[in-house]
Ligand binder design. Structure first.
Ligand SMILES: C[S@@+](CC[C@H](N)C(=O)[O-])C[C@H]1O[C@@H](n2cnc3c(N)ncnc32)[C@H](O)[C@@H]1O
Length: 247
């Protein structure tokens, strides 16, 4: 089993992308303030820093971490789930913007979408559809409220599904599948099996954006995905139809 970590060049490129993105969208004074206040946290991905700013700006509720023990979850995979926490919006935007795709031709799917922050971010791009899959009813309900409130949309079809990711049927479209280390190995394997079966039925383009890629070895080992280097703070994989080995 291989587990490839980010290379230094890739990380540096990703860092520069985040810096440029923030300069463009927030201005020099905001960026300098961040650098001097908390230089060590400047571009962290794990905890969202601009979260309150995001929620303040859009009137949403996406920030607060929720451990799963506080939630009623009817799933055999409950214990494999990771707690709800979200991510720096710019880290997601940069990963999406660096994909070499026409957004209109792809459906964006967040497996383990929680309160739906990345659905909101993805809806800023003209994806054909944006779908979240979340097994906590409480988090799904919050996500639905957030979707209703979000005003900065280019994608017209945005939804959260109350469903276990292990039972999710992939749509027959090209897909961008986003994950922020949502679950453990048996769910992950099940999701990959479902994806492969779905591609067997109808081969198509798939990109996977995987933040905090604890189980990247499962993607590295899969026969139908290939890791690609893009300036993003996530592990990114692609499947293109012609790259599939014949059955
Ligand atoms: C780290 S959070 C990521 C939230 C969101 N994707 C984001 O980046 O803002 C992981 C989420 O996955 C959900 N989750 C865990 N296991 C799941 C499963 N088997 N099916 C659906 N959702 C799951 C958790 O409830 C939690 O909301």
């Amino acid at each position: 089993m291989r587990h490839r970590s980010y290379n230094m060049g890739g990380r540096l490129l990703a860092f520069c992308s985040v810096a440029l993105h923030k300069l463009r969208h927030e201005g020099m004074s905001s960026v300098l303030r961040r650098c001097f206040n908390k230089p060590h946290e400047w571009y962290r991905v794990r905890r969202a820093r601009s979260e309150s700013k995001f929620d303040r700006e859009f009137g949403t509720d996406t920030e607060t971490v929720v451990p799963l023990w506080k939630l009623e979850i009817d799933s055999q995979y409950r214990d494999e789930g990771t707690r709800y926490q979200t991510i720096d919006p710019d880290a997601v935007r940069i990963a999406i913007e660096n994909l070499p795709i026409e957004f209109e031709d792809f459906v964006y799917i967040d497996l383990g979408s929680g309160k739906g922050r990345t659905l909101l971010i993805a809806s800023e791009y003209p994806f054909k559809q944006t779908v979240g899959v979340e097994f906590s009813l409480e988090l799904h309900t919050i996500a639905t409220g957030n979707i209703d409130r979000y005003s900065k949309r280019k994608c017209k079809n945005v939804s959260s599904l109350h469903l276990d990711a292990a039972s999710f049927d992939f749509p027959p479209d090209n897909m961008v599948i986003y994950m922020y280390h949502p679950f453990g190995e048996s769910v992950f394997r099940r999701v990959l099996e479902n994806l492969e079966v779905s591609l067997d039925h109808r081969d198509r383009e798939v990109y996977v954006i995987y933040f905090n890629p604890v189980l990247a070895n499962l993607l590295d080992d899969s026969a139908f995905l290939e890791r690609i280097e893009l300036p993003a703070l996530a592990a990114i994989y692609k499947h293109i139809p012609s790259s599939r080995p014949l059955a």
